[in-house]
Design a protein around this ligand. Structure first.
Ligand SMILES: C[S@@+](CC[C@H](N)C(=O)[O-])C[C@H]1O[C@@H](n2cnc3c(N)ncnc32)[C@H](O)[C@@H]1O
Length: 317
């Protein structure tokens, strides 16, 4: 059995947006299904569901040899199937069990802290794997148990995913602004956590969301509201449909004001993605731009500094 490091990163393309990923990385030395090995360069990219940061190639003789080698590195390994599916499944069956990526999580549930590795089988005797990956979710995929009656839209799923990644949620009584809130999926999710939510949109919220305690609807253009009009907040959320530079300018005003600590904002793309603004967001200290598993043609900018671990429900696997 031999293991050899591979230069550069491996990108697991965001489903449906692989074309954007290919434009970002420019060129790749190998492609295995949805996986792109970018070659020696470590090119930052947003349109992915996972990046394998420390890839290596493992040549092995038997299935037990392969599983032992992975187990010897760490506990958690998720298979990304690209070839030889049956043999790959046999190796995975000899690794410690992972709750399947399709298992629906009940929110609040926070991403596990234990390293989540990824691997694939290239040929019957060769694995490519990485112990370190950017996503805390197996293969970059996560699923939440949906509420079909409470929220008026499914947008709350991407908010749950963002908060799960941060391993933090608004706490009871914390002040939140939800900009571009109609019809109210995010506001519903925040109010359920016990937060005080000011929901700004020219369009109304669903009546049942407006009726929730701690929810206030402000009929206004969010971007003409100045930070001092709203006052100090613990959390600013924005899912407004707008051009990314408009969002960036508004967020800059909030950051300059010092009136808010935590930010989760959707960067909505129209046509060709505005990568320049996405990179400007990503360059903000202690923040990241990601393509969430629940994102569509959009990215999410998250600036939520870590705090002490909050209580969580559910297992860590
Ligand atoms: C995708 S929807 C938001 C969905 C919402 N997050 C939910 O969970 O139901 C986008 C919203 O942005 C709002 N919007 C667009 N421009 C806005 C602006 N300048 N100020 C406030 N809201 C705006 C639209 O009216 C629309 O309701």
């Amino acid at each position: 059995m031999t293991a050899a490091p591979l230069n550069g990163w491996i990108y697991h393309g965001a489903r449906g947006f692989e074309g954007h990923l290919r434009e970002e990385i420019g060129q790749w030395s190998s492609r295995w299904g949805e996986l792109y090995h970018g070659g020696a360069a470590e090119t930052p990219a947003f349109w992915n569901q996972n990046i394998w940061l420390s890839p290596f190639r493992l040549s092995f003789d038997s299935i037990s040899e392969a599983s032992q080698a992975l187990r010897g590195i760490q506990r958690n390994w998720c298979l990304t199937n690209t070839a030889h599916f049956r043999r790959a499944a046999l190796i995975q069956s000899r690794l410690p069990p992972l709750a399947s990526a399709s298992k629906a999580r009940v929110f609040p549930w926070f991403a596990p802290r234990a390293p989540m590795g990824s691997w694939t089988l290239l040929d019957p005797h060769t694995i490519v794997a990485s112990a370190r990956c950017t996503s805390p979710f197996p293969g970059g995929a996560v699923s939440f148990a949906e509420d079909k009656t409470g929220p008026p839209s499914r947008a709350y799923l991407k908010l749950w995913e963002a908060l799960s990644r941060c391993r933090r949620c608004p706490l009871n009584g914390e002040r939140c602004l939800d900009a571009g809130a109609s019809p109210g999926g995010w506001t519903w999710a925040l109010a359920r956590l016990g937060a005080d939510v000011t929901a700004v949109d020219r369009a109304p919220l669903a009546d049942r969301v407006t009726a929730m305690p701690r929810v206030r609807w402000l009929k206004h253009d969010a971007f003409t509201l100045k930070p001092r009009d709203i006052g100090a907040l613990q959390w600013l959320f924005c899912d407004a449909a707008c051009y990314p530079p408009r969002l960036y300018t508004w967020i800059e005003a909030w950051r300059a004001s010092g009136l808010c600590e935590n930010f989760v904002c959707t960067i909505k793309m129209q046509g060709k993605p505005d990568m320049e603004t996405a990179r400007r967001f990503a360059s903000i200290a202690e923040s990241a731009v990601v393509h969430l598993f629940y994102n569509k043609h959009e990215l999410t900018w998250i600036k939520v500094p870590p705090q002490e671990e909050a209580p969580r429900r559910g297992g860590a696997r």
